[in-house]
Design a protein around this ligand. Structure first.
Ligand SMILES: *Cc1c(COP(=O)(O)O)cnc(C)c1O
Length: 390
């Protein structure tokens, strides 16, 4: 069993069979677990035996999901939580203390930005932003109290990349914890730990589920750090529900085939968009015109399903494009079987100033597409008619 390849684990890792000998794992909807006698209960609480105690601590469905993602990323350990943000916050909460400093890449998921700028400072934890496009500036921003570097790659929504090999070396040299939010790439396309990251975080809500049904988060990495995150979560309570864990664990069985098709459709749509009338520019990691195409080839196995493009005509034209699509969904999610379009300037990033938006690569006409698994011809026809009529 131990020599299975990661993809086989993604299909076959399974919570221990019950006396019913089920083929597909059941949902363990129970908030606690019973003991034979006081000695067994004592040993479980003392951590001397590996035993489920209480749903806030562990659950077989939750552990099955963690095991699959751990295997896919080649990590020693993993823990799954209620949402992607629960995973991000538990990571900060477990590993940082008052007086610590975080170096973060400026393009960050909105709620991560809120944690860094509004919540952590109240606990004496500060952060500095650096630009993905200016890696030379990073080393100079690392201070004596810098304890963590936090990045997303590819970034949302500009689809910029951070060179993970270079960053892994920088983190090792400066002895800081490197955390990568690997949500856009998934473990199928990118394994940050192989480049020296200590932790890789996922919003399981996105591609890991991939069908827009449930929320979840996973963090994988070295045993000791994951244990600290588990201990933090066990006490503070952002536990993943057994039902959501069951849905997510089933989804992970098809993650590889889904990501292959997302990537095929993503590349094909990016190629189709590039150079079209009305389209000023296209960003997709595996397009040779991407300024970091060489980095993409080194650290990702394919480009994934997220691309961005800029419509000529700016903010108003961007909104008109959004109003003109018929097949694509307008919704605040990504990584779904259904193609999703979003216009960051008028929605997710509308509260930022124009300068702040431009600093993370969001021009007024920028559209992000999360390319789904519909027939590619229907996706292209919808984008084409939306470009022509808007
Ligand atoms: C969605 C997302 C998150 C947050 O995940 P939730 O499951 O919504 O809490 C974090 N990082 C990135 C890059 C995301 O896209």
């Amino acid at each position: 069993m131990s020599d299975w390849r990661p993809q086989t684990w993604a299909v076959r890792a399974q919570a221990e069979e019950t006396s019913h000998h089920e083929h597909s794992v059941p949902i363990f909807l129970t908030s606690s677990f019973v003991f034979e006698d006081s000695e067994e209960m004592r040993a479980a609480f003392a951590g001397e035996i590996d035993r489920n105690i209480y749903g806030r601590f562990t659950n077989p469905n939750v552990e099955e999901l963690s095991e699959k993602i751990r295997r896919l990323e080649g990590a020693e350990a993993g823990h799954s939580l209620a949402t992607g943000m629960a995973a991000v916050f538990a990571t900060f909460g477990a590993l940082l203390s008052s007086g610590d400093h975080i170096l973060a890449c400026r393009s960050l998921f909105g709620s991560t930005h809120t944690i860094l700028t509004k919540i952590l400072p109240r606990f004496g934890i500060t952060s500095t932003y650096v630009d993905a496009a200016d890696p030379d500036s990073w080393a100079g921003e690392i201070r004596d109290n810098t304890r963590m570097i936090f990045v997303e790659t590819p970034t949302n929504p500009a689809v910029d990349l951070v060179d993970l090999e270079w960053l892994g070396k920088l983190a090792a040299e400066k002895e800081v914890i490197l955390v990568v939010d690997n949500c856009f790439a998934t473990p199928i396309l990118q394994r940050p730990l192989e480049f020296g990251a200590h932790l890789s975080i996922h919003s399981a809500t996105k591609y890991l589920d991939g069908q827009g049904r449930v929320m979840g988060g996973v963090v994988v990495g070295g045993k000791e750090m994951v244990q600290e995150i588990y201990d933090f979560a066990r006490a503070t309570g952002p536990s993943l529900s057994p039902f959501n864990a069951w849905v997510l664990s089933k989804s992970v069985e098809t993650l590889e085939v889904r990501m292959e098709r997302h990537s095929q459709n993503g590349l094909a749509l990016a190629e189709w968009l590039e150079g079209r009338p009305g389209v000023a520019s296209v960003r997709y990691p595996f397009l040779p015109s991407h300024p970091q195409y060489e980095i993409a080839k080194r650290q990702m196995s394919s480009g994934g399903g997220i691309l961005s493009f800029v419509v000529e005509g700016g903010l108003e034209q961007g909104k008109r494009f959004m109003d003109a699509v018929k097949l694509c969904s307008l919704t605040a999610n990504l990584g779904d079987t259904r193609t999703i379009v979003s216009h960051p300037s008028s929605t997710t990033h509308a509260k930022l100033t124009e300068e702040e938006r431009l600093a993370v690569g969001i021009t007024p006409g920028l559209i992000r597409i999360s390319v789904g698994l519909e027939d590619l011809r229907d996706i292209i026809e919808d984008v084409e008619q939306a470009l022509e009529t808007s």
